[in-house]
Design a protein around this ligand. Structure first.
Ligand SMILES: NC(=O)c1ccc[n+]([C@@H]2O[C@H](COP(=O)([O-])OP(=O)(O)OC[C@H]3O[C@@H](n4cnc5c(N)ncnc54)[C@H](OP(=O)(O)O)[C@@H]3O)[C@@H](O)[C@H]2O)c1
Length: 327
């Protein structure tokens, strides 16, 4: 048996219930993993509220680190006793121990702690594909400006540091002056408090009227329109989240009028669809963390039993960097 967080119907944080669930043996292509730490992500909120529907009752959570207890038939990259971490479907990481597909589970380098592993897999692999694979048609060169919303958050603080390591000038947005300072301290070239300043006007000012080559937008509804105004001709709007709500339908003609813009809606789970792709991206992430170029900030820790409070704080924009649930 394992303690696990279950939701019986979509709703607020009060719908997160601690229950005991049975844990079986891993089948073909599966492992059983005992968690040491669990990552909290905004996608967990979308699962809880029903924005991304799940069959009920459902367990949630997409990220954790721990020790492999058993492996099923055909699993060759992991063995019992291995330290491991993952960002993976299906939801269900808010628990002590689980059986899950092995495909997206990676061995965790000895130099990376369980807590850091749990705090960085989903967010770090996301920063990896955004900065390395989600490129504008005109390419990204040393010194180019990009705009990254919610830059003091989990994905954001990793992206600030990684963009700097890649030679990009990341313009950060964040909801308080203190969060702006945090983004700057982590490698952002500029920071804009988008609750008090007109971020599109500031981006134009910073870029000498040209605009940025890419906007990485996980805020969604509240930032969409102005984000398009920040792009230079042929620029890329990389939408990857909806913290403020989903983006409303829009007319493609607007993209022409604003300079033949490109729009993409990205999700990590397309990028980590195969074991090989997952491992290659994870190796890149492990290397940048091991080199010290990217530090993983665990700014909040909550015992698993206090998961409701963790969700309240994440949704209330009270958190910075990564948040983990401890066991
Ligand atoms: N598509 C993918 O592959 C993928 C993968 C990972 C994450 N994501 C998305 O990336 C975003 C960041 O994820 P995360 O887990 O690292 O979360 P996070 O950035 O730590 O937290 C979300 C942040 O969004 C900002 N925000 C703006 N408007 C908000 C609102 N109305 N309500 C709540 N927050 C709001 C807040 O920062 P400020 O106070 O500074 O505004 C908040 O701290 C989320 O939208 C998530 O869904 C997408």
């Amino acid at each position: 048996m394992s303690l696990a967080v279950q939701i019986r119907q979509p709703g607020g944080p009060e719908e997160l219930h601690l229950v005991d669930v049975p844990v079986g043996e891993p089948g073909p292509g599966e492992i059983r993993i005992r968690h040491h730490a669990i990552g909290l992500n905004f996608i967990d909120v979308y699962h809880r509220t029903g924005l991304y529907p799940l069959n009920m009752p459902a367990t949630i959570g997409m990220e954790a680190a721990g020790v492999v207890e058993a492996v099923g038939e055909g699993v060759t990259h992991l063995k019992a006793g291995d330290r491991a971490a993952y960002a993976s479907q299906p939801p269900g990481s808010y628990c002590e121990v689980r059986v899950m597909p092995a495909k997206c589970v990676c061995r965790l380098p000895d130099a990376i702690s369980f807590e850091t592993g749990a705090a960085m897999m989903l967010k770090g692999l996301t920063a990896q594909y955004l900065l390395k694979k989600t490129r504008p048609v005109e390419g990204l060169e040393h010194g180019d400006h990009v705009l990254f919303h919610a830059a003091a958050g989990g994905v954001g603080l990793i992206a600030c540091q990684w963009a700097k390591a890649l030679g990009l000038q990341l313009i950060a947005t964040a909801g308080t002056d203190a969060k702006c300072q945090l983004a700057l301290a982590n490698g952002a070239a500029h920071a804009i408090n988008y609750r008090t300043e007109d971020f599109a006007a500031r981006v134009k000012e910073i870029t000498g009227g040209r605009g940025v080559k890419v906007v990485y937008d996980s805020v969604g509804k509240d930032t969409w329109d102005k984000s398009l105004d920040c792009l230079r001709p042929f620029g890329l709007m990389a939408s990857f989240g909806n913290a403020s709500g989903p983006v409303a339908p829009f007319a493609p003609g607007a993209l022409g009028a604003k300079g033949s813009l490109y729009v993409t809606r990205q999700t990590l789970f397309t990028h980590i669809a195969t074991r090989e792709a997952t491992q290659a991206m994870a190796d890149d992430l492990f290397a940048v963390v091991a080199s010290g170029q990217v530090k993983i900030h665990i700014d909040q820790r909550y015992p698993l039993a206090e998961v409701q409070q963790a969700h309240r704080d994440l949704e209330a924009r009270k958190t910075t960097g990564s948040t983990i649930l401890t066991l």
